[in-house]
Design a protein around this ligand. Sequence first.
Ligand SMILES: [Zn+2]
Length: 391
Amino acid sequence: MKKALVPLLLFVSFISAAQSAKTIHRKAIVVDTHNDVLSSLTLKGIDISHRQTQGQSDLDRWKEGGLDVQFFSIWTGEKPRGKSFYLDANEEIDSLKRLILRNYNRMAEITSYRSVKRAVKKNKLACLMGVEGGHMIENDLANLNALYLRGMRYLTLTWNNSTSWASSAMDETEHPGDLKQKGLTEFGKQVVRKLNELGVMVDVSHVGEQTFYDAIATTTKPVLASHSSVWALCPVFRNLKDDQIKAVARNKGVICINFYSGFISKAYAQRQEQIDGNERKRIQDSLFAITKDSAQMRRQWREYYRTEMEKLRPSIADVVDHIDYIVKLVGDSYVGLGSDFDGVSSLPVGLDDVTTYPKITAELVRRGYSKKSIKRILGGNVLRVMKANFN
Ligand SMILES: [Zn+2]
């Protein structure tokens, strides 16, 4: 072969791989099981009907990223914002419903599996709700039922805070001594059975290992891990160990990879732990000794922290390594995407907002994944779990 032809052939194969990634992405039903933008909508009144210069999600950018199905996280923290956790959850649901009403030609509220494809065909973003934390049912199955009636299609059994009926990953690993019980109580098991009966996916992200195994033993339907990554690649409390990944596969559930830098990269997580350990106080003290002004010290500290962590942001390939790991361990039927956009402080380089999903597809094509496999990972696996839980 003439030498001059080599670069030309390389260029042509590069272009055709890019084209095929674009086509696969466009034809696939792309599902993201976790996005936190509702908190900005509810608390700051930001209207994501129009393109925003801040944040990571809005309708225009979802379109650009080729996203078809979005699960919106309904969330409130350890302390209620208003009168109760349950009312906070309802306030977030209200803001999503209002957003969908204002944009009925571009969004559709979805509560059944059957209606997903209808929405996609009409070129609308299929919108579903996941309630991120069992504390929002306030120990009452009537509240759980009411949240179901308002649209909840997954319940994350705990957020970082444990409930009286389920222990969280954070508490099981970091404050085990403070826990009254580990895992699910009898009421916790009732919650899981009620979710199965109603047709709400049991979400095992955020839960402690004991709660995870109790939930898997109780549920009769496939589970969802809406935003968790792989512990073997980044050993932090929120990620799933090999045995947990195998248990999800046996249950025919799905694990949706969280993009947060601190759950993807071991180096990032370790540096963060170092800084949060003793470095923070030491540096803040020395900055204060120079500035003699606490506001200025805090500004300089934030800048230092940002610069330090920026250097360690992972790459798109690192995210796809987590997908790869699960595929190699249990096959390509149990992994999906659960970005956590608008819920995390750092994202991998190049995955800055919801326009960037096609880059994941491109990386999967580059690694030689088949079209069929990629379609499963981008959304097919989650759709299968949805169908098994609510038709
Ligand atoms: Zn979360």
